[in-house]
Design a protein around this ligand. Structure first.
Ligand SMILES: Cc1ncc(COP(=O)(O)O)c(C=O)c1O
Length: 370
């Protein structure tokens, strides 16, 4: 345990409330267990092997990654890793195929070209790789149309060893309404899944794994028939967006940015040392002017605007008047962006530092090639 006080650290500083983090992990582990869903948390939120190990200890079947750096780092704590990002380009493929032999690698693909490239590279590396066919469930980012899933699944099966057809994956990232109002979108996804599973069954390609999930829709994933595993990431810390969507309570927000008031010279505002380089510039929702973060102690007080190092707290509708030098804790709109901006986070219990948490998996992998 690190006994230093938070006051000793310069701000802005990302602070992780470890008690809240543990509760968030427990809640998701309990929910998935209760509904017979496997949990494969996305590590892009914390990028920390320390926290990933805690997720595995609570029963996660494996981990989900978006970058080869994340995959490389997470081999330390889990041997079942899903690369949920198209592994396009030989540098990316080589990094993945150079993982330790005991790592069981699974990759989501959405094109015949990527199946061919992976089959070739995996063959040369002598490494077997499980493949999920990625399906677009309505987000329109990556993924084949549900009607084309069987064709791609057949291509994977026909490629044969070292590829192994293992199932399908989708990401319901377009479900960004309040938890209570997600019913119609989830019903649409359910129908898409149903028809996809039926066409796979007709082709003799029943998927052992059907992987979905996100944080905003996490608590309703049991409504999707046929789903076998979920991949929420943000839930470990939650953030202002998650609270706004009703997928967590404000008291469940475990990541804050500790900031210092550096100026109150201009009336109606207080300026803190947390701008875009500490909080990120993620809107609360598309087209919504909702600021970029809010006070942990009073969510009605928000960061109205920012420059790179300055955040402007809007005091026009509050009698609260902080003094220069005061410290505040800000809940960011999007936790994952804050994490990726930092090398180290401060894990606290109450107001006391417990341990520093290095963000080991941030950044990019260097090429595996010499
Ligand atoms: C493919 C994929 N799966 C899972 C997740 C986790 O979703 P969330 O951040 O809502 O927890 C993400 C997030 O970006 C993702 O891109």
């Amino acid at each position: 345990m690190d006994t230093r006080l938070l006051e000793e650290f310069e701000t802005p500083l990302p602070v992780i409330d470890l008690d809240r983090t543990q509760r968030n992990m427990d809640r998701m582990a309990d929910y998935t267990r209760a509904h017979g869903l496997a949990l494969r948390p996305h590590v892009k939120t914390h990028k920390s092997p320390l926290l990933a190990a805690e997720q595995v200890r609570r029963g996660a079947v494996g981990l989900t990654c978006a970058t080869t750096r994340e995959v490389q780092v997470m081999t330390e704590v889990a041997n079942d890793l899903l690369m949920m990002f198209p592994p396009i380009g030989s540098a990316r493929l080589q990094s993945l195929l150079a993982l330790p032999a005991e790592t069981r690698l699974m990759i989501a693909l959405d094109s015949v070209d990527s199946v061919d490239a992976l089959a070739r590279a995996a063959g040369e590396a002598g490494r077997s790789v499980r493949v999920l066919v990625e399906v677009d469930a309505g987000m329109k980012r990556v993924g084949v149309a549900p009607g084309d899933a069987a064709t791609l699944a057949r291509a994977v099966r026909d490629a044969g060893a070292p590829l192994e057809y293992t199932g399908i994956a989708f990401y319901p990232g377009h479900v960004r309404s309040h938890l209570r109002e997600q019913g119609d979108q989830l019903a649409t996804i359910d129908r898409l899944l149903d028809s996809t599973l039926a066409s796979l069954a007709r082709a003799g390609l029943d998927p052992p794994i059907v992987s979905g999930g996100s944080t905003p829709a996490a608590w309703r994933m049991h409504e999707l028939t046929g789903l076998t595993e979920v991949r929420p990431g943000t839930y470990i810390f939650n953030d202002r967006i998650t609270a706004e969507l009703g997928a967590c309570a404000w008291e469940d927000c475990a990541l804050t940015v500790l900031a210092t008031v550096i100026s109150t010279a201009v009336a109606g505002q207080a300026v803190v040392d947390a701008g875009t380089k500490a909080l990120g510039r993620e809107p609360l929702a598309a087209g919504v002017d909702g600021g970029y973060g809010a006070l942990l102690g009073d969510p009605s007080i928000m960061v109205r605007s920012m420059s790179e190092e300055h955040g402007i707290l809007d005091l026009r509708r509050t009698g609260w008047r902080p003094r220069v030098g005061d410290r505040v804790r800000l809940v960011p709109n999007h936790a994952c962006i804050v994490v990726h901006l930092n090398d180290t986070m401060a894990g606290v219990r109450g107001e006391k530092l417990d341990r520093l948490i290095p963000v080991v998996a941030r950044g990019r992998a260097l090429a595996a090639a010499p």
